[in-house]
Design a protein around this ligand. Structure first.
Ligand code: ADP
Length: 166
């Protein structure tokens, strides 16, 4: 990579839905990268009950970052390293909330390194108020009628209300 090449970072995940914790990680990434591709995974790596389709998740992320042309959400399936290579990116971003995230994240980063030695994974830690936040908690609380407006942006909130009623 020439020194003048723009740094493209890929932030992969399920984002079902994107939370303010995810947004925090995305903003931190933009302090070290020129562009950020939020890559919404088609096949969840672990079994989870999905609330939004991949297309809905991509659309809402693009709405959240609509004003920032450095950020783009795309759906992807297959190996992350192949997706990264296709975009000319060598940088994967993940978030670390707690020690409980660490083992899985470490395994994935090392497997990706095995698959393509040119890939690097960097981790960001969110603001402490988001360190307990997860998409699954948001789904759970919202489906029980709880107020999640502190944890997600207005475009996500609107879609949650539409999908779950209330
Ligand atoms: P996955 O199913 O791949 O874990 P997620 O959408 O749940 O996808 O998370 C994507 C990434 O964002 C993961 O690295 C996860 O640790 C991180 N993440 C999720 N929620 C938060 C949060 N509240 N603060 C910081 N990072 C987070």
């Amino acid at each position: 990579m020439s020194p003048a090449s723009p740094i493209v970072a890929i932030y992969p995940g399920s984002f079902d839905p994107m939370t303010k914790g995810h947004e925090d990680i995305a903003h931190r990434t933009l302090s070290v990268a020129d562009r950020l591709v939020v890559a919404v995974a088609h096949d969840a790596t672990h079994r989870k009950q999905n609330l939004f389709t991949v297309e809905e998740r991509v659309a809402v992320i693009n709405e959240i970052f609509g004003d920032d042309e450095r950020v783009e959400a795309l759906a992807f399936e297959g190996l992350l390293v192949d997706f990264a290579r296709g975009l000319g990116s060598h940088l994967v971003v993940r978030g670390l909330r707690a020690i409980s995230d660490f083992e899985y994240e470490m395994q994935m980063a090392q497997m990706n390194q095995e698959l393509w030695p040119e890939i690097e994974t960097i981790f960001f830690v969110p603001e402490v108020e988001y360190s307990f936040l997860s998409s699954s908690l948001v789904r759970q609380v919202a489906s029980l009628g709880g107020d999640v407006s502190r944890f997600v942006s207005p475009p996500v909130l609107a879609r949650l209300r539409k999908k779950l009623g209330g």
